[in-house]
Design a protein around this ligand. Structure first.
Ligand code: NAD
Length: 516
């Protein structure tokens, strides 16, 4: 059967499916047919100023406390995904550059950092935290320009949490004996840390702060599409007079990451990224003395029971999947709704996504920014197509996306079954898969029916139900009547193919110490 692209056009939403049928429960009531939420919610543009941002035309590597040209002699472009404008050239580190970074880290570890009393290390971390706070505005704008995320997210979520992580672990630096009573916590040595593009500075903070607090030296590699803010963080390390070589930053893509993983003088690998790459790293370090933590993908389920506060639940779903372009490992990308409230929830969801503003991420009024890269956009489109081909029905607001840049409208699928790829694979975009359930047991079974186990959400009025469900969910983090709330004191990490090890809190110290 020829694929039917558009089966129905209402004022506010477009519903597409792959087989021509449609779910009558999604039809707009007659009284609402003239609503055009786009107009109702239009505000004057309010872009954050970016003219004071000083971008270098070329970003070298940061090794031994200095910015140095790569031995490879190679650079690649970093693009603003909202405009496709070239922001800067970034150095591409090869195996020799990585070796120089590792030996600089080893020297700093042996000669300075491991010998320094915890209270002194803590002072550097406090200083770094305060400098991050001072430069928060500039770093937030840079994060948005380089990664495409909204300024609302980078300014109000990422940067405050980045500073909070340094403050929090600064406090632990001289209290490691209290963290592990009766045991002695020794640093591991040189940590190789590899991070993804969705929270560039925050992932750097999650990794750097506990490693440094425990006395390790670091070689950090940001993701190839979002390296710029890590290099501005390097300038902060210089201003804080962090001893040379304690943190080294090498930029590049998978090959650079592989060189860190395979370097024999690295004692620990901390990786956050996709499950596919995580599995390759696991194979590579097997049989070596290297310690490993893996923070990988997710396919979180948000479970809405009939007794849930539905407005609050829908708002939580919206912020959990759309406000971050779906670029969150713990994004609530599956929605499980108890059958009795399904039509009600769908109607609310449909109305709410029609009010979301997609556009210039530097505009304070934008709810959804740009997709991080063309490659990621293609991945989202391919998975959405697979959902249509497998018979699910797609609901999207009718909105005009900017002509340049990488964009995807907030969307959700109904008619999804557990075997559909959109119910199993990480889409990493603003696309939600909605399914129904009848009993709490069925909800738990469906939520756990995935290879991942990073996070989940439960929405219900009953505290007893929360405890009962939460204890059966195979997910590292479960939020109840809220979603995507983070704090440096709380550990975060996964079950199953979402990885192992925890970051944040007291647990976040463990991967960076040897206990004797
Ligand atoms: P990715 O796995 O493609 O890349 C992650 C990092 O690994 C990048 O820096 C990349 O250059 C590097 N890399 C690529 N190949 C490598 C190799 N062979 N050896 C060593 N390093 C290599 O992931 P991504 O697309 O950048 O990020 C998205 C993924 O990250 C999603 O799956 C998301 O769920 C996951 N993520 C997980 C968490 C968590 O805390 N669990 C947090 C954020 C993102």
């Amino acid at each position: 059967m020829a694929r039917q692209k558009t089966v129905r056009r209402a004022e506010a939403v477009v519903v597409r499916n792959g087989n021509g049928s449609r779910d009558e429960r999604l039809a707009l009531p007659r009284s609402e047919r003239r609503l055009n939420f786009g107009d109702k919610w239009s505000y004057a543009p309010a872009p954050e100023a970016s003219d004071y941002i000083k971008l270098r035309s070329r970003y070298p590597l940061f090794i031994n406390g200095k910015f140095v040209a790569p031995k490879s002699g190679r650079y690649f472009d970093s693009i603003n995904p909202a405009t496709e404008e070239n922001l800067a050239e970034i150095a591409e580190a090869n195996a020799k550059d990585v070796a120089a970074a590792v030996s600089s880290a080893r020297r700093a570890y042996e000669k300075v950092w491991r010998k320094m009393p915890g209270r002194e290390r803590g002072k550097y971390l406090y200083r770094i935290a305060r400098l991050i706070q001072e430069k928060a505005r500039e770093l937030a704008v840079l994060e948005t320009m380089d990664g495409g995320k909204t300024i609302k997210e980078s300014r109000d979520i990422d940067l405050p949490l980045v500073a909070a992580h340094f403050f929090y672990y600064a406090g632990w630096a001289d209290k490691l004996d209290y963290a592990f009573p009766g045991r002695r916590a020794e640093p591991l040595g040189v940590a190789g840390q590899i991070i993804p593009w969705n929270f560039p500075l925050l992932m750097a903070a999650w990794k750097l702060a506990p490693a440094l607090a425990c006395g390790n030296a670091v070689v950090l590699k940001p993701a190839e599409t979002t390296s710029i803010t890590a290099l501005h963080l390097a300038e902060i390390f210089q201003q804080a007079e962090l001893p040379d070589g304690v943190v080294n930053i090498v930029t590049g893509a998978g090959e650079t990451g592989r060189a860190i993983v395979e370097h024999p003088d690295v004692d620990k690998i901390a990786f956050t990224g996709s499950t596919d790459v995580g599995k390759r790293i696991l194979q590579s370090v097997a049989g070596t003395k290297k310690k490993l933590t893996l923070e990988l993908g997710g396919k979180a389920a948000n479970i809405i029971f009939e007794d849930a506060p539905l407005d609050q639940a829908v708002e939580g779903i919206i912020s959990g999947i759309y406000f971050n372009q779906g670029h969150v490992c713990c994004a609530g990308s599956r929605l499980l709704v108890q059958e009795g409230v399904f039509p009600h929830v769908i109607r609310k969801l449909r109305d709410r996504i029609s009010t979301l503003r997609v556009g210039n991420p530097l505009d304070k009024n934008s709810d959804i920014g740009a997709i991080n890269s063309r490659m990621q956009l293609e991945k989202i489109c391919e998975l959405v197509d697979s959902g249509l081909k497998q018979g699910a029905e797609l609901v999207q607001p009718r909105l005009r996306l900017p002509a340049k840049g990488y964009w995807y409208p907030p969307s959700f699928f109904t008619g999804v079954t557990a075997s559909h790829r959109i119910a199993q694979e990480e889409i990493f975009g603003p696309v939600l898969s909605v399914m129904t359930f009848r009993t709490p047991e069925e909800a738990v079974e469906r939520a756990n029916n995935t290879a991942y186990g990073l996070s989940a959400g439960v929405w219900t009025d009953k505290g007893s139900k929360i405890f009962k469900i939460v204890s059966k969910l195979r997910a590292g983090v479960v939020w109840a009547n809220t979603y995507n709330k983070f704090d440096p004191t709380s550990p975060f990490g996964g079950y199953k193919e979402s990885g192992f090890g925890r970051e944040g809190g007291l647990h976040g110290l463990l991967p960076y110490v040897q206990l004797t």
